[in-house]
Design a protein around this ligand. Structure first.
Ligand code: GLA
Length: 392
C-alpha cells in the first residue's frame, strides 16, 4: 500500500469517515548557497520527490485532532491551547505537534480563518536529515488550512508564515529557504532565490545530469544550539563591520574585497564564519551564470568548494559527511558533492552524469559502508512542484 492509501485507510479507521482532501508538500535539497539565507544571500534549492501528506477534513469544531501515522501518536489542540504550547487537555505539545500547531498559531496571528480539522499525516522526508522535513510539515498543514479556511495567499507568503512559526513557535532561528522551496517548487527545476527581495526564478538543471542524495544515516537536531550560534556569529560580524562600512545591513552587503580588508578586525571564529558566508554568496551568484552556459564542471567545482568551506570555515560538517563527499568527488561521472542543509549529519547532494548514476550510487554506498560500517540510503531524486491540495 502506498503512503496515500495508507493515510486514507488510517483516516477512516481513526475518524470513522473519509477525508475530503489530501495536502502534499515536498522536502528540499539545496545545491548551493548554504547557511546564507539568513544573511540575505542567494540560494539554489529544489523541491524533491519526498513529501509530507496530510489527509484532512473540517472537524466542524474549533478543535483540531491530528494523528501522526509514522509515530503512532495523536494530539488535539485549539486556538487557545496552542498559545501555551499545550493540547486541549493542558498537556505540553510534543516536539512533532509543535510544527502543525506553530503553523496554526502563525496563520491565526495573520487573522486568517483556520477551522478545526481532523487530520492524519505521514512523511517520507527523513527526519533530521537536512532535507527539511519540518518545513514540509508546516507547508502541508498551511496548505490544508488554506483549503479549509477558503482563503488563498501567494505560496511565498505561506512560506514566510511557516518560517515565522519555526522561529517564534518552534524556536529555530532559521532562514526562508526550506519553506520557500517546499511552497514554490517547480518540477524539473532548481529555484534561484534572492533571500532579501524574495524575487526568484526557476533554473534548468544542467543537461544530462541527475541529483543524487546520499544519507549518512547520522541524525542531528536542528534545534541544537549550534545552528542558532552560527547565526549569532554572522550577526556579530555585521555589527562589527558596520563600524567601518555603515551601509552594511547583512553579510550579503560585504564584497570579497571589503571582507578581506576588514577580516582582521573580527574575532577569529567570527571571521571564519563570515568568510564562508561572503564567499558562498559569491559562489551561488557565479553558479547561476555557469548553469546558463551549461558549464557543469565548474558548477560542480563550486559545490566541492562549498563543502570544504562548510567543513573548515563554517564548521558544520561531521566525519561521516566528509567521507561521503570525498568518496563521491573521486568517482567517475560525479561533477560535485557536498553536504546539504544545516549539516552536523544528514545528507550529501551530488550532481552526477545520468549514465553514471546507477554505478555511482552503488559504489558510493559500498565505499561508505566499508569505511564507516554504516548503511547509507542513496537515491536519485527528481525536482517536483511545491505544496498543493487535491480533493479525495
Ligand atoms: C536549515 C534552515 C535553512 C538554512 C539551512 C542552511 O535548513 O532551516 O533556513 O539556513 O539550514 O542553509
Amino acid at each position: 500500500m502506498d503512503t496515500h492509501q495508507r493515510l486514507i485507510s488510517a483516516f477512516h479507521q481513526h475518524f470513522g469517515t473519509d477525508p475530503d482532501f489530501v495536502a502534499r508538500a515536498p522536502g528540499r535539497v539545496n545545491l548551493l548557497g548554504e547557511h546564507v539565507d539568513y544573511n540575505d544571500g542567494f540560494v539554489l534549492p529544489a523541491a524533491i520527490d519526498r513529501v509530507t501528506l496530510v489527509a484532512f477534513r473540517d472537524s466542524g469544531l474549533s478543535r483540531s485532532a491530528l494523528l501522526a501515522l509514522d509515530l503512532g501518536e495523536e494530539t488535539g489542540f485549539d486556538h487557545q491551547s496552542i498559545l501555551k504550547k499545550q493540547d486541549s487537555n493542558g498537556v505540553p505539545l510534543s516536539a512533532w505537534a509543535r510544527y502543525p500547531a506553530g503553523m496554526l498559531w502563525s496563520l491565526n496571528a495573520e487573522g486568517l480563518e483556520t477551522p478545526g480539522m481532523q487530520a492524519v499525516f505521514a512523511s517520507d522526508v527523513p527526519r533530521g536529515a537536512g532535507l527539511s522535513s519540518s518545513a514540509s510539515v508546516e507547508m502541508a498543514f498551511g496548505a490544508a488550512w488554506e483549503k479549509l479556511g477558503g482563503w488563498s495567499i501567494p505560496p511565498i507568503r505561506l512560506a514566510k508564515l511557516g518560517q515565522k512559526a519555526e522561529i517564534q513557535y518552534v524556536g529555530v532561528n532559521c532562514g526562508i529557504m526550506d519553506q520557500f522551496a517546499s511552497a514554490c517548487g517547480v518540477k524539473d527545476r532548481l529555484l534561484y532565490l534572492d533571500c532579501r527581495s524574495l524575487d526568484w526564478q526557476p533554473v534548468r538543471l544542467p543537461e544530462k545530469t541527475v541529483i543524487v542524495i546520499a544519507d549518512t544515516s547520522i541524525r542531528r537536531s536542528l534545534t541544537n544550539s549550534a545552528y542558532n550560534e552560527r547565526r549569532a556569529s554572522c550577526e556579530e560580524a555585521v555589527r562589527i563591520l558596520q563600524g567601518f562600512l555603515p551601509g552594511v545591513r547583512a553579510l550579503r552587503d560585504v564584497s570579497l574585497e571589503q571582507f578581506h580588508h576588514f577580516a582582521a578586525c573580527l574575532p577569529e571564529i567570527t571571521a571564519r564564519r563570515a568568510q564562508h558566508i561572503v564567499e558562498e554568496i559569491a559562489r551561488t551568484r557565479q553558479a547561476v551564470d555557469l548553469l546558463e552556459n551549461n558549464d557543469i564542471s565548474r558548477f560542480g567545482q563550486l559545490m566541492n568548494a562549498c563543502h570544504a568551506s562548510l567543513r573548515d570555515l563554517y564548521q558544520v560538517s561531521c566525519p561521516e559527511l566528509d567521507v561521503l563527499a570525498k568518496l563521491a568527488q573521486s568517482m567517475p561521472g560525479c561533477y560535485g558533492a557536498r553536504l546539504t542543509g544545516a549539516g552536523f549529519g544528514g545528507c550529501t547532494v551530488n550532481l552526477v552524469a545520468v549514465e553514471a548514476a546507477d554505478t555511482f550510487a552503488h559504489d558510493l554506498a559500498a565505499g561508505y559502508t566499508k569505511i564507516t560500517s554504516l548503511k547509507p540510503d542513496i537515491y536519485i531524486c527528481r525536482a517536483t512542484d511545491g505544496a498543493s491540495v487535491e480533493t479525495v
